[in-house]
Design a protein around this ligand. Structure first.
Ligand SMILES: Cc1cc2nc3c(=O)[nH]c(=O)nc-3n(C[C@H](O)[C@H](O)[C@H](O)COP(=O)(O)OP(=O)(O)OC[C@H]3O[C@@H](n4cnc5c(N)ncnc54)[C@H](O)[C@@H]3O)c2cc1C
Length: 435
C-alpha cells in the first residue's frame, strides 16, 4: 500500500543520506517526518559527511555513476539550498612517477569516463607533466615528481558540514522533528509478527527507552548500519580513512587559495585552504581500515565513541607528509591537527543499497546504505532515490537492491576494490601515530 503523506516516517541517522531524505520528503508534503540521531547535535560528528569539505566530481570507473554524479553536480550548481556551499574550483586527478600499474590504469579509466561524455567538452585540461600542472595550480611549489594526469573544471568541492547544517535548518523549517543524543540513538528496531516468517517494522526504541512508532522506518546509519540492522552485516563493512588538517595563518591561506581539489591517486587528496578556518584538509587514501570485532561476529563496525576515532594511524602521517613534501614543502612538517577517522559503509563492489528490507512486510522498513566512500556528492539527489523507492514500492534498479554479498572474503569483508590504491587492513594491526 502506498504511503500516505500524513503517515509517520522515521529516519534513523541525520547524516548525508538521512538529511537529504528528510528534506525531500518534507518538500513533497510529508507532514509527519521524524529523524533520530545518536550525536547530541546536527550535523552529527559521527557522520562521514562531517568535514570541512568533500570532493564533488563525476569521474568513475563505472560510467553509470558518472551520469548519476553529473545529476548531483547540476544540483550543486543551481539549487538555492546547495549552491552556496559548492566551490567549482576543478578537480585535478593525477598520479606520481611511482604509481603502480593498477593506479595508472585507474587514472586512465577515470579520465576516459569524463573524456567520452559530451557534458565535459571544454572542461578537461590534460596535465602531462609538472609544468602543465603548475599552469593550473601555480601555488604548487614542490617538485611534483613524475606527476601527471588531468584537470576537470566541471567539478570542485562542497563545504560539507556547512551544507549539512543548511539542509538541517531547512528541514526544521519544513516541520521535520529531530531527536538527538540518548533521545535519538536507536537501540533496536521494533517489529510485529505477520503471516508466515515475515514481520512488520513498527518503528524503533531509543536509548532513553522511548518508542517511536512509524508506518515506514528508513535506516540511514552510515558505517553504523549493522548495529541497527544486523541482517545487513554480511553486505557491509565499516571502513575508515584518517583525516587531518594543517592550520595556516590568514595571509598564508590567502596566498594558497584557488588551487583545484587535488587527488594524487597513489597517495592522497587535499583541498585549498578553507576560507573561514584557514585549514587545509588532507587525507591519505590507501585502501582504508576496518575495525573487525569478535563481539559483532567478525564484522567491521566503527568505534562506538567519537574519542576513539580521534587519531590517524602512523602510516597516514608518513604518507601525508610525503604528499606535502612533493607539493607544498614549506608546510610539510607542520602539526597535523584535528585528526580523526572518518567512517563509511563499504559494499563489495561500491554499489549503494537503497531498498526495502526483505522479510519485512507492507514496505515498513527501508535502508539507504553502502555509500562506499563516494556518497557525499550525491546529497542533493539521495532524497529523490528514497522518495522513488517509497512511491514505487520496490527498487527498480537491480544494482541498488538488497543483495547477498558476492565480492567478499571468508570473513565477510570486501576484497580489494578496483578504485582504491591498496587493500583494506584492520586498525588492530596498524600502529597509531605518536603525538
Ligand atoms: C575520509 C573520507 C572522505 C570522503 N570524501 C568524500 C568525497 O570527497 N566526496 C564524496 O562524495 N564522499 C566522500 N566521502 C563519503 C561520504 O562522507 C559518505 O558517503 C556519506 O557521508 C555517507 O552518508 P550516510 O548518510 O550513509 O552516512 P553518514 O553521513 O555517516 O550518516 C550516518 C548517520 O547515522 C547516525 N547513526 C548511526 N547509528 C545510529 C543510531 N543507532 N541511532 C541514531 N543515529 C545513528 C550517525 O551518527 C550519522 O549521523 C568520504 C568519506 C570519508 C570517510
Amino acid at each position: 500500500m502506498p504511503l500516505n503523506k500524513s503517515e509517520p516516517v522515521l529516519i534513523i541517522g541525520a547524516g548525508t543520506f538521512g538529511l537529504s531524505t528528510a528534506h525531500k520528503l518534507a518538500t513533497l508534503g510529508h507532514t509527519n517526518v521524524a529523524v533520530l540521531e545518536k550525536d547530541d547535535r546536527v550535523p552529527s560528528r559521527f557522520s562521514g559527511g562531517f568535514d570541512l569539505n568533500k570532493i564533488i566530481r563525476s569521474e568513475y570507473i563505472d560510467p553509470f555513476y558518472t551520469d548519476v554524479a553529473l545529476q548531483a553536480i547540476r544540483q550543486w550548481q543551481t539549487s538555492p539550498l546547495y549552491q552556496p556551499h559548492f566551490r567549482q574550483v576543478g578537480f585535478l586527478n593525477v598520479i606520481t612517477g611511482e604509481a603502480p600499474p593498477v593506479v595508472q590504469n585507474a587514472l586512465f579509466k577515470y579520465n576516459k569516463s569524463v573524456a567520452e561524455n559530451p557534458a565535459f567538452d571544454g572542461y578537461l585540461v590534460p596535465c602531462q607533466d609538472a609544468a602543465a600542472i603548475r599552469k593550473v595550480a601555480s601555488q604548487f611549489t614542490g617538485e611534483l615528481p613524475g606527476w601527471k594526469g588531468y584537470l576537470n573544471r566541471l567539478a570542485g568541492y562542497a563545504q560539507a558540514s556547512n551544507a549539512m547544517q543548511a539542509v538541517y535548518k531547512e528541514c526544521v523549517k519544513l516541520g521535520v522533528v529531530f531527536h538527538v543524543g540518548l533521545a535519538g540513538e536507536v537501540e533496536e528496531l521494533l517489529y510485529e509478527a505477520t503471516d508466515g516468517n515475515d514481520k512488520m517494522c513498527i518503528g524503533a526504541r531509543t536509548k532513553d527507552g522511548v518508542v517511536h512508532t512509524a508506518r515506514t522506518t528508513i535506516v540511514a546509519a552510515g558505517g553504523f548500519v549493522a548495529n541497527v540492522l544486523p541482517a545487513i552485516g554480511p553486505q557491509i563493512s565499516a571502513v575508515c580513512w584518517g583525516v587531518s588538517h594543517i592550520q595556516l595563518t590568514p595571509s598564508e591561506s590567502e596566498a594558497l587559495r584557488g588551487f583545484p581539489v587535488t587527488t594524487v591517486r597513489d597517495i592522497g587528496f587535499f583541498f585549498e585552504p578553507d576560507p573561514a578556518t584557514h585549514k587545509i584538509k588532507i587525507c591519505y587514501m590507501g585502501g582504508g581500515y576496518t575495525n573487525v570485532t569478535a563481539q559483532k561476529g567478525g564484522l567491521s563496525v566503527p568505534y562506538a565513541s567519537l574519542a576513539e576515532s580521534e587519531y590517524i594511524p602512523e602510516k597516514d602521517v608518513k604518507q601525508t607528509r610525503r604528499l606535502l613534501r612533493q607539493v607544498l614543502p614549506h608546510i610539510a612538517e607542520r602539526p597535523l591537527i584535528d585528526q580523526h577517522l572518518c567512517w563509511v559503509a563499504d559494499t563489495g563492489n561500491s554499489d549503494f543499497i537503497i531498498d526495502f528490507v526483505p522479510g519485512t512486510t507492507n514496505n515498513s522498513l527501508a535502508v539507504l546504505s553502502g555509500d562506499s566512500g563516494h556518497g557525499f556528492k550525491m546529497m542533493p539527489i539521495v532524497g529523490d532515490w528514497a522518495a522513488d523507492l517509497l512511491s514505487n514500492g520496490e527498487q527498480k534498479l537491480p544494482r541498488w537492491r538488497w543483495r547477498e554479498p558476492k565480492v567478499a572474503d571468508k570473513d565477510g569483508r570486501p576484497t580489494h576494490i578496483a578504485w582504491r590504491a591498496t587493500a583494506t587492513i584492520d586498525l588492530s594491526s596498524t600502529p597509531r601515530a605518536k603525538l
